[in-house]
Design a protein around this ligand. Structure first.
Ligand code: NAI
Length: 491
């Protein structure tokens, strides 16, 4: 087998394989799905274009998808998040060698430029023969943050308009790069993305930010294929976003700075699922945590959980550590950063890098940027004091550490795998005509599957679940086998 790929260093494959082996032990959900579907091969015929942090845990996901019959091409969804040894092991595959790789085409390495990033995003759609015959191309997307989905939608939009528009003066740098990537693509094949979109049965989306983008498209009636919102499976957002961050946020801060968190004042912007995990972790390390929120319900939750709730401006001089978790934009301004105390640490764990005004910081007159080590920069203001910015304002838990641990990602990725199986079989674009066919809209997985994912992980922890008697179940109006809660239940 020969295939194209682009990674940092294929000789790292052995180190990656050892880590994957250990991760498999901690990912009972994925391993159980491999066993359950080994024979029926529900993803046979699926060609999945994947865009999700190329970590060790993602390697176990990729090899689960291929074990279920899928073919896969993969890129990372962040320029800093790839673990190069995991990428190498996935390319080589469990049976291959560096000279004769038997795995999956991966286009990802740690420290991509934005131009390289968008090139890798386009490579996951470059299936052999797909330009001549679109039915040979990807028929599923597995997305994290929505960049792969965005590329297809923008490509189709510009092809229909007969070309790529010129960038406007106030367009962000990254949008200019997307335009350039698509301009090149259209010059090679003016109908490429139309063909790609027609062949796609759907997308399964991993994170809050990508899901928000999907609902926006659906509201505008502009979604080109069905989508499953994996993020809002309870066993995803209430676990990965919260307990995952509770682990990987302090991990990132510690690896980056070695600063003692205990005794410090930490300011967490946003108290959604990610913010709750972040605040708990920092408090667990002994920090005094202050929360900022715009939603009164989340703000009240923070107050009830014992945190001070304040406006960022009012505590900007107090904080030693500032973490954004909102999925919004312009949360910390350059002017605010200039008022922080000397050596304050500033980082983001929301999906995109526009939560912290990095462009404004770089444009501050007389500012000096010193690289302490990769993904750790000291920004020295003309007055002499400085701040430490992690991962240039991008996801620090993946840029400065290795992201969430395997066990919690097993829960997320079991949802991803189940969502891929569902959509591949039952998208209206699969030719499926049953009443439960997925139309071009956004769906969540049925609760019974959510409960199934939880069950798989409970077993691995040795937890013993109580069982309803038939009498108790009748009293509550549920089935003994579940689902146990109505859809509006909030956990
Ligand atoms: P969420 O919607 O539950 O929480 C975000 C919170 O931020 C909301 O409560 C909202 O009211 C608040 N907020 C919005 N604008 C604000 C502002 N200007 N100031 C203060 N608070 C503000 O979303 P969730 O699930 O917590 O995700 C947050 C972000 O983290 C998303 O971008 C998501 O994609 C990303 N994410 C990152 C992970 C990682 O590994 N780093 C893992 C999971 C999600």
């Amino acid at each position: 087998m020969s295939f194209d790929y682009k990674i940092a260093d294929i000789s790292l494959h052995e180190a990656g394989r050892h880590q994957i082996r250990l991760a498999e032990h901690e990912m009972p959900g994925l391993m159980a799905l491999r066993e359950e579907y080994a024979e029926s091969q529900p993803l046979a015929g699926a060609r999945i274009a994947g865009s999700l942090h190329m970590t060790v845990q993602t390697a176990v996901l990729i090899e689960t998808l291929t074990a279920l019959g899928a073919e896969v091409r993969w890129a990372s969804c962040n320029i800093f998040s790839t673990q190069d040894e995991a990428a190498a092991a996935v390319v080589v595959g469990p049976q291959g060698t560096p000279e004769n790789p038997q795995g999956v085409p991966v286009f990802a390495w740690k420290n991509e430029t934005l131009e390289e990033y968008w090139w890798t995003a386009s490579q996951i759609f470059a299936w052999p023969g797909a330009d001549e015959d679109p039915s040979k191309g990807a028929n599923m997307i597995l997305d994290d943050g929505g960049d792969a989905t965005l590329l297809v939608h923008k490509g189709v939009e510009f092809e229909a308009a007969g070309g790529v528009p010129s960038a406007q003066e106030d367009d962000p740098e990254e949008y200019r790069i997307i335009l350039e990537t698509l301009r090149k693509s259209l010059s090679e094949n003016p109908q490429r993305w139309t063909g790609v979109a027609e062949n796609l049965r759907g997308v399964t989306e991993e994170t809050t930010t990508g899901v928000n983008r999907l609902y926006q498209l659906a509201r505008q009636d502009a979604l080109l294929f069905p989508a499953i919102n994996v993020n809002d499976s309870v066993t995803k957002s209430k676990f990965d976003n919260k307990y995952g961050i509770r682990h990987s946020l302090p991990d990132g801060i510690m690896r980056a700075t070695d600063v003692l968190i205990g005794g410090k004042v930490a300011v967490v912007c946003g108290y959604g699922d990610v913010g709750k995990g972040a605040a708990e972790a920092l408090r667990g390390q002994g920090a005094r945590v202050i929360v900022t929120e715009i939603d009164p319900i989340n703000a009240l939750q923070a107050a009830m959980d014992g945190y001070q709730v304040a406006k960022l401006d009012d505590v900007i001089e107090q904080g030693h550590i500032f973490i954004t978790t909102t999925g919004g934009k312009d949360i910390i301004s350059a002017e605010q950063m200039s008022r922080m105390r000397d050596k304050a640490i500033v980082g983001n764990v929301g999906h995109f890098d526009n939560e912290i005004d990095m462009a404004g910081l770089a444009a501050t007159e007389g500012i000096q940027k010193i690289e302490i080590k990769p993904q750790v920069h000291e920004w020295v203001f003309p007055a002499g004091h400085s701040i430490i910015v992690l991962s240039e304002g991008r996801l620090l838990n993946l840029g400065n550490a290795t992201g969430h641990p395997s066990f919690v990602m097993s829960s997320s990725f079991a949802n991803q795998t189940i969502a891929q199986i569902e959509l591949f079989a039952k998208s209206w674009k699969s030719g499926y005509t049953g009443e439960d066919a997925y139309a071009s809209d956004v769906y969540t997985l049925p609760k019974v599957l959510d409960e199934k994912v939880a069950r798989l992980h409970l077993q691995a922890l040795g937890a013993e679940l109580s069982e309803l008697t038939k009498d108790q179940a009748d009293y509550l109006g549920v089935d003994v086998a579940g689902p146990y809660k109505p859809d509006h239940y909030r956990y």
